[in-house]
Design a protein around this ligand. Structure first.
Ligand SMILES: [Zn+2]
Length: 101
């Protein structure tokens, strides 16, 4: 995955699709993401309009709030891309093992 360090005036996002065939040959190609917010829309159960940061994938309720994020947190573009990955159901708890009463 490649991400730019700066949001461009005419910024576009590309999606990399990779397939491996039966001979272990990897085919990949990029496709243009026309509506990034539309691609990310179903990430939550909340179906109100959302505006996603293309770098950290945080979402905001208004375009103005997203612009505020870009203006006030330029370090967002200096970081590597990230995504929160939560533990699977059944493994989503912590328990103390080394304790004495
Ligand atoms: Zn961000």
């Amino acid at each position: 995955m490649y991400t730019t360090k700066k949001l461009k005036d005419n910024h576009i996002n590309l999606f990399l699709i990779t397939e491996t065939n039966e001979h272990n040959v990897v085919n990949s190609h990029y496709t243009y993401i026309k509506k990034f917010n539309g691609l990310m829309y179903d990430i939550t159960n909340d179906h109100n309009k959302k505006y996603f940061c293309v770098k950290c994938l945080l979402f905001f309720r208004s375009e103005e709030a997203l612009k505020n994020h870009y203006d006030n947190y330029p370090e967002c573009f200096n970081n590597t891309p990230c995504k929160c990955v939560l533990p699977d159901k059944g493994k989503n708890f912590i328990e103390f093992k080394n304790y004495k009463n």
